[in-house]
Design a binder for this molecule. Sequence first.
Ligand code: NAD
Length: 281
Amino acid sequence: MAKLIEGKIVAKKILENLSDEILFLEKKPCLAVIIAGDDAASKIYVNSKKKKAEELGIKSVVIELPQNCTQQEILEKIYTLNNDDSVNGILVQLPLPPQINAKEVVEKIHPLKDVDGLHPYNLGQIAAGNKPHAYPCTPKGIIRLLEYYDISIAGKHAVIIGRSNLVGRPLSLMLLNENATVTVCHSKTKNLSQITQQADILVSAAGQRNLVKADMVKDGAVVIDVGINRQEDGKLCGDVDFWGAEPRASYITPVPGGVGPMTICSLMQNTFDLYKIQNKI
Ligand code: NAD
């Protein structure tokens, strides 16, 4: 039987410490979030980020733009926030409306205010084996979970399903920097199960319900499920067949309550870390 990796509890502990540190600051950190359009899920995510920031004593500014906004309007908001010394972190909620070039938007955020860690400068620093100003939130949350549970990474074979800039790609580099042997799988990968069966650490970030079945998991593997999918009954589930994989794994994350809470925790930590860099603390 696997040990449950309880991201919800780990995130709560990290955030309690963060809140104590913020309490003593005279000038509080500030997170600015730009949301464009009517995407219902994005609005829920932005509200929960704002609520969490305020609970911790982080100021939050939400800038809402209409669905038909232009590239120029978003870029002007970013330039204003880049030049506003009272703002420490800038987050652009994705996805953006179809007329917007999201890549250009992310690239225009100042790397020192790139709280999501998605700017090519910060991703490039990770690729070069250096420390970025901020790490992407979900991969950072996963590494912290492994550290918290004393799961060693060096020398392990880590298999990641998914190569997005948000999760799989930066996580592969971060695990490599921690001396794992890393294999990245994606939608064009052949014989997925033969590869996953070799994983000491198996991370699924594909967004496909039931993608990882019990027989794809090596005995004793650490299974990290990043996927967020909906079941027929509306409940959330991950990519992994949890009850099939659980008896084989040594550690496993639940969905919900595993990686998800760590992502928002990393966002808050990044806001504070950028504040410290900007204020030379
Ligand atoms: P994405 O759609 O950008 O990328 C998915 C990746 O999975 C792609 O690289 C694709 O090639 C790969 N993939 C898809 N189907 C596959 C298959 N059958 N076999 C092998 N590879 C396959 O998605 P994303 O933004 O990286 O998010 C992935 C999942 O993680 C989604 O469910 C998303 O909701 C979730 N997510 C969760 C958190 C969290 O905090 N828990 C954070 C970010 C994303």
